[in-house]
Structure formats: C-alpha cells, structure tokens
Design a protein around this ligand. Structure first.
Ligand code: WT7
Length: 630
C-alpha cells in the first residue's frame, strides 16, 4: 500500500511532499477509494469566507467504500465486535457482509418513512451496533445524521432537534449504565413536546416499558423485518454534508459542526491506518461514545473504511469492577486500544490489582485522546497496561478537525510523555502570538493555528456560516484558530497546553462556561453566575461556579443541590458543577466585565497574588470570595 508510512524517514518524506505538493499528495491518497465520478480539481479554498472544497465535483457514497468496494475480499471478516455492558451477556460478531445487509435494510426503512437526501436525522442511542447501522444507513441514503450523546438531557436534545430541524429521531427504549436502566425513549418524548419531528424509530434494548405515539413512533425490529436487503447507494457530491455534530464553544449555544463526504472519508481512513498502524486481522478498540467525534471517526468511519475489526463497548470502565477494560482486552485479544486520559487516571486510582488477573499480551498500540495527558498517567499507562512495550499515540484533534492532526505514528515516531509530537502529513501548523505573528523556530509557545486546509476540516456551522467564520477564521488572518495553547520544544515536538478560550475540558468533554452559566441562571433564585475551570485530579478540569443568589428561601446546601440538579436537567449530568460557591458579588470591571482571571486563581487555590485589581468596581469583593472559597 503506497499510502502507508513504515519508517521515520518515510514519515518525513511524506510530510515534505504533502506540504510542497499538497494536491498531488492528496490525489495519490484519494486514488485508492471508489469514486463514481472523479474530481475536476483536488482543492479550492480561501479561509476568508471560509470556503473549502476538496475533490471538487467528485461523486461517491462513503458506504460504497466500506461495503461494495471490499465485499468480495472482506465480506467474511468481522466488522464489529460488540461487547455488552453485562459481562454475562454474549458478545456479537458482525461480519462486513452482515453489516452491509443491515445497513441496506435500514436504508430502505428510512426511505419508506419519507426520509431522503439532505434530511436531518437525530441519532440518540446507546452503544449498540444498531447505532452504527443507523449512521451508515443515513450516509447511504444521503440523509445528514446528527448523533446526540445519550447522556444529554431532553432540553439539550430538543435544542439540537430544533436547530437542525430534524425530520426523524432514531433511539432506543433504554440504555444500560452499570446495573441501572436509563429511560432513553422517555427523554425523547419530553424533547419532542414542541418539535416538527415526524418519525421516531425505537430500537429495543433494555425491554423497558415505553409509550409509543401512533403514527409517529415505530419499533426498529418491526420495520426492518420486511425490509429488502437490496439498496443502491445515493450518489453524493464530495462536498455534500455527511453529518452535523454539536459541540460547545465560548458562547452559550452549542454549534453544529458540519463535515462533508469526500474529504472526511479520505482523511479518516488515512489517519486511522497510519496513526494506529492497523494490520489486517487486528482487533482495534476505541472506548469513546459514538456521540462524540472520536466515535464517528475512529469507531465507525475510519476503521470500517480500512476494513478493520472495530470493537464497540456498551458499558463503563468500572462495571462490574475496575478491571473491565482489561477483561475485554483479554477476551477479544485487542491489539490497538484507544482511550481518554480521564479514564486512565480514574483506573490508576484503583492501583494495579485490577489489572493482575488479565493477559494483555495482545496489545500492540495504546492511544490517548481528548485532553492533555499528564506525565504520571502517561507513565502508568505505558508501564502497567502496555508493559513498557507498546508505543502510546497521544492524538491531538478536535470535533472541527474531523480527524487526528498531531500524533505519533505508532512505533515509528519516537514519543515523549505528554507530547502529541508531530503533525500528520498534510497538516501545516503555525504557532502565533497574541498579535497573530507566526513564531518560527523551536522552543516557542503560543496559540495553535493551521494555515492550510486538510480534507476533514469543518466546512461550516449549521445554519450560521458567519458564526463559523467568526469562531475559527477571524482571530488570525488566513488561519484556522484551534482555541488551544501549544508549545514547540527544542526538538520541534508539539505539546498541547489546553484551551485558551472560555471552554473547559471536563473528562475530555468540552463545555462552554457560558453554556453552564446559562443553565445555572435558569434556577429562579439565581441572580448571576460565573463559571471557570480548575485542575481536577481525575477529570483534568472540574467546573467551579460562583453564584449570586437570593438566599432568603433556602439553606445554602439545599440551594447548591438544586442548582446542580438544574444544570443536570438542562444540559446533562456531565455539566454538573463540581463546586458551587455562593458569593455576595463578582469581581467586575467598571465596564461590567467579569474578571475571570481572578475567579480562576481562587478556584485553583493560588491565593497569594491576585495581580492588578485596581480596575475593579469593588476590589473588596475579592477578599470575600477568597474567604468563602470551597
Ligand atoms: C479539544 C477538542 C478530539 C476528540 C476528542 C475531543 C483537547 C483533544 C487532545 C490531546 C491535548 C487535547 C483540546 C481540543 N484535546 N485531544 N491529545 N492533547 N488536548 O474533541 O470535544 O472537540 O475537544 O480537546 O483542547 O481543542 P473535542
């Protein structure tokens, strides 16, 4: 295979080519895919619009590249290994041929409900193979899927349904979480009270009692029963949207990141094969949820395009005990294991006893994603899970980038704890200072930008292109701004330092501080709030909320609990503040702007030097806040 990197000099050679002749480089990579019609031009772009088009006027369907292109050679190969939450329940092995049949049948189901090209379909499902079938069937008929993490509340779900004007929702009766059953369909019903959704298809999983609204709600198994296995994929333009995925930013409202078809396909497969050095027959496992971009690109699309065996796990790392990940690795002989630092730190806290009973010899590569991995967690992962013989790929990327941009190539790029190391071919990074000057040379630190398009990049934010321009392309002229701080060390290696905007990263999940504040402010006794992140041993960052309240009706403890519940109800349990401090006032400048710098310092406990507070309207409020610190 010409697009596989096998040596360090090979990496440098490919990288060089990708920068000096990007169009030739990507034409070569794209050549191995099945296009109904080839492109007129590889790339047309400007970052002012922004307007980025890859494989201009090419026609294809991404699922034909997963199925039809390979069926003669890999039909019997396992596409998905599904490991249920309950260890006693049987795992499922689904071959490419079987998955193809299910996707075709479900495509016909969607069509029979009047869903077609360009329609938006929300997928709100647990980690079961049907969730992947749902995504692929949408892609096959040209409907735009938007997967919403099944832990989001009905309000968060309904915001997303309304923003993209979804025509249908694919969901389940319930969801297993440890030994609990979570009512998923009931959340959907609540979200649908005021919406235009015409069809709800419910997949049976937990067997929970649900209400089905006649004419709107249908059972998955009933519809798919009579559906034909024959389906000809819809022809898509390379730049037709493939999916929308909502993510948080520095404003109160999550935005719908839009990814398109051709470029996303080429980049996810290319990056998957190279970063993880996947070899035919390997079993690859990414522990993310399909509700996040990692699940899209590196559980479903990337691995399946590469003909890989991808493991999908329904459960949580600590059920039935803290050895579950290691048990699953042994059981299915996992070769590549990709997880998040927050999971590593949480399991590290249990010590090495839970690892002892299991044979982890199958492991070849370990991956990390979602937030900076601290050195201690890196070393623990390397030593106790990888037994000091598996390279760790610390992969930096974002919902907006669609695929991994900075990462070692497993076993090839020399690694350094806590460093994402070097950009993949095609990725032209720039470090800029506050004024937007590019900092060249090594041993520099600044804001991370990207100065040339890559195939899987964000194209727009759904329904609001100006927001896309403002958020990503307006801070520094001619560059995509990531929102992350970064350091390039003396070797030219990249270390991601974390967000420099009002986004906090809690357990690898992105939360906008404004979004959490909006939710807190929904409590009737809350007058004003300010939210910041602070270092948290397991979650990476925790949520610290300063709240001004009407205290005449509740005890402080009751009020704090009610505020937590309010946030949980409006966004979901992942956004619940770790600490809430009731304060008499907030440190504001004369123009009314909250000085978050001070709030961050108090939250992290660095109380000695508050810096210049002379521009504050009421400097005394800082003393009061320090005195009441949680
Ligand atoms: C933000 C993107 C990419 C999939 C999961 C998160 C942080 C992500 C790393 C890493 C340091 C990382 C960044 C980024 N991040 N991976 N390996 N090292 N930081 O996707 O929700 O879009 O969040 O996660 O801050 O901007 P996301």
């Amino acid at each position: 295979m010409s697009d596989r990197i096998h040596t360090l000099s090979g990496y440098f050679y490919e990288y060089q080519k990708s920068v000096t002749e990007p169009e030739n480089f990507w034409a070569r990579i794209a050549d191995s895919f099945y296009w109904r019609k080839r492109w007129d031009k590889i790339l047309k772009w400007n970052f002012e619009g922004p307007s980025v088009k890859w494989f201009v006027n090419a026609k294809l369907n991404i699922t034909e590249n997963i199925f039809e292109k390979n069926l003669f050679t890999n039909g019997d190969r396992t596409a998905i290994i599904w490991e249920p939450s309950e260890p006693g329940e049987s795992a499922r092995h689904i071959t490419y041929a079987e998955l193809y049949r299910e996707v075709c049948r479900f495509s016909n189901v969607l069509l029979s409900k009047g869903i077609g090209k360009g329609d938006r379909v929300i997928i709100y499902m647990p980690m079961i193979p049907e969730a992947a079938v749902a995504m692929l069937a949408c892609a096959r008929i040209g409907a735009i899927h938007s997967v919403v993490f099944a832990g989001f509340s009905s309000t968060a779900l309904s915001d997303r349904i309304n923003d993209c004007e979804a025509k249908a929702i694919l969901t389940s009766d319930g969801n297993f979480r440890g030994n609990k059953k979570i009512p998923v369909k009931a959340v959907v019903d609540e979200a649908l009270e005021k919406s235009s959704v015409e069809t709800v298809i419910v997949c049976r999983r937990t067997g929970q009692e649900v209400t089905m609204k006649p004419g709107r709600d249908f059972w998955w198994h009933e519809l798919i029963n009579g559906a034909s296995e024959k389906h000809v994929a819809e022809e898509m333009d390379s730049e037709d949207p493939l999916f929308i995925l909502y993510t948080s930013g520095s404003t109160g409202k999550p935005k719908g990141v839009v990814h398109t078809t051709g470029g996303y396909m080429v980049y996810t497969k290319y990056s998957f094969e190279n970063v993880f050095q996947y070899a035919p027959g390997d079993v690859y496992w990414c522990t993310a949820d399909i509700g996040w971009i990692t699940g899209h690109s590196y559980i479903v699309y990337g691995p399946l395009l590469a003909g890989a065996t991808t493991l999908m796990f329904e459960g949580v790392p600590t059920y039935p005990d803290a050895g579950r990940f290691w048990a699953v690795i042994e059981k299915h002989k996992v070769n590549q294991f990709y997880t998040a630092p927050t999971a590593i730190r949480a399991l590290q806290a249990y010590g090495t006893d839970p690892i002892e009973p299991y044979n982890l010899d199958s492991l070849k590569v370990l991956g990390s994603v979602g937030e900076p991995i601290n050195e201690e967690a890196w070393r623990w992962y390397y030593t106790h899970i990888g037994k000091s013989r598996c390279p760790i790929v610390d992969t930096w990327w974002q919902t907006e980038t669609g695929g991994i941009l900075v990462s070692p190539i497993a076993g090839i790029t020399p690694t350094k704890p806590a460093f994402a190391t070097l950009p993949l071919p095609g990725i032209q990074l720039a470090i800029v200072d506050a004024e937007g000057n590019e900092l060249t040379g090594n041993s520099v630190e600044g804001n991370l930008c990207i100065k040339f398009p890559w195939p899987s990049m964000i194209r727009t934010t759904w329904g609001d292109h100006e927001r896309c321009r403002q958020t990503y392309f307006a801070s520094y002229k001619g560059m995509y701004f990531t929102g992350d701080g970064v350091k390039r060390d003396h070797d030219g290696y990249y270390r991601i330092l974390g967000r420099v905007d009002d986004v906090i990263n809690v357990s690898g999940h992105r939360m906008g501080t404004a979004e959490v504040e909006n939710a807190i402010n929904e409590h009737p006794l809350v007058i004003e709030s300010a939210v910041v992140g602070y270092p948290h041993e397991i979650k990476g960052q925790g949520i610290y909320a300063y709240v001004i309240c009407d205290m005449s009706h509740r005890t402080e403890e009751n009020l704090i609990n009610e505020i937590k519940e309010t946030v949980s109800k409006i966004i979901g349990p992942i956004a619940k503040p770790d600490k809430i401090q009731i304060v008499p006032g907030l440190p504001k400048t004369r123009s009314g702007k909250i000085m978050r710098r001070i709030l961050r310092k108090v939250a992290e406990g660095s109380l000695d030097n508050m810096g210049d507070t002379s521009t504050l309207l009421d400097p005394e409020v800082v003393e009061k806040i320090i005195a009441g610190r949680k």
